[in-house]
Design a protein around this ligand. Structure first.
Ligand code: HEM
Ligand SMILES: *[C@@H]1O[C@H](CO)[C@@H](O)[C@H](O)[C@H]1NC(C)=O
Ligand SMILES: *[C@@H]1O[C@H](CO)[C@@H](O)[C@H](O)[C@H]1NC(C)=O
Ligand SMILES: *[C@@H]1O[C@H](CO)[C@@H](O)[C@H](O)[C@H]1NC(C)=O
Ligand SMILES: *[C@@H]1O[C@H](CO)[C@@H](O)[C@H](O)[C@H]1NC(C)=O
Length: 221
């Protein structure tokens, strides 16, 4: 499996169950890609976040690109400039990137993806680093897949706590803290700390833009 997805694509049994139920009542019509996009929206809503209209009509690809996944999904050690250019390559602005990253207000990350940040980076709160070091030993091995919440405060509530963590240097992944590290995106992070509605508005704009990024439609394969 491509590196960023290996042991990280969790929960697809839920999509499979939805697909089976949909196929029973409406065979051969609704793609897995549409189900995934709708499930993402519904998850955000159920956890307290904003809602948006999901455009449907995506056709499932019958192939997967190993090199595409390896080259286009931003690796967790990325700096701000690299993150920005990887999003730009998908037609997403730096503003979209900061807003979309707020999705890390929910969910989990594997030790291997935050180990270097909690042991070796200096732009991290000391007590928070120690909390995340426990459960994630410093050397690679059987602990690599140990999980920790991306938002230490409320990992199953969709609000602006992700940004509140960043201004306290409590981002879990190196790439998270890059968004508030003395650079051009600090002001946007601050604005979401003080105004959750602004975050929600920009998040849904970003989700619709991301959903529009080169989907297969019609008879394309
Ligand atoms: C800015 C670039 C991004 C980077 C570098 C990044 C990186 C990561 C990493 C390393 C994890 C943990 C995966 C694991 O250890 O298994 C993760 C989880 C997650 N990411 Fe991102 N991410 C980014 C942007 C996004 C965006 C744009 C969204 C959605 C709008 C998103 C939604 C999530 C969610 C929901 C999880 C938790 C998944 C789970 O609990 O199974 N991320 N991300
Ligand atoms: C996927 O991860 C497993 C261990 O979690 C590892 O043995 C394997 O080499 C990895 N595969 C790739 C392609 O990185
Ligand atoms: C960032 O981009 C530069 C130039 O493309 C590249 O040399 C470097 O390896 C990248 N670093 C990361 C962590 O992605
Ligand atoms: C921290 O940095 C040191 C020195 O570069 C390196 O040997 C060590 O493997 C790093 N530890 C982690 C957990 O990344
Ligand atoms: C917060 O953001 C919303 C949405 O962008 C905006 O309408 C509102 O005026 C902002 N509130 C404050 C106090 O700035």
């Amino acid at each position: 499996m491509a590196k960023p997805n290996n042991a990280s694509v969790r929960g697809f049994e839920v999509i499979d169950a939805i697909k089976s139920a949909v196929e029973k009542v409406c065979p051969g019509v609704v793609s897995c890609a549409d189900i995934l996009a709708i499930a993402a929206r519904d998850s955000v809503v159920i956890l307290g976040g904003p809602s948006w209209d999901v455009k449907v009509g995506r056709r499932d690809s019958t192939t997967a690109s190993f090199s595409g996944a390896n080259n286009n999904i931003p690796p967790p050690p990325s700096g701000l400039a690299n993150l920005t250019s990887l999003f730009a390559a998908q037609g997403l602005s730096q503003k979209d990137m900061v807003a979309l990253s707020g999705a890390h207000t929910i969910g989990l990350a594997r030790c291997t993806n935050f180990r270097a940040h909690v042991y070796n980076d200096t732009n991290i709160d000391g007590a928070f680093a120690r909390t995340r070091q426990s459960g994630c030993p410093p050397t690679s091995g059987s602990s690599d897949n140990n999980l920790a919440s991306l938002d230490l405060q409320t990992p199953t509530v969709f609000e602006n706590n992700y940004y509140k963590n960043l201004v306290c240097k409590k981002g879990l992944v190196h790439s998270d803290q890059e968004l508030f590290n003395g650079g051009s995106t600090d002001a946007q992070v601050q604005s979401y700390v003080s105004n959750q509605s602004a975050f929600f508005a920009d998040f849904l704009t970003g989700m619709i833009k991301m959903g529009d990024a080169t989907p297969l439609t019609g008879s394309n394969r």
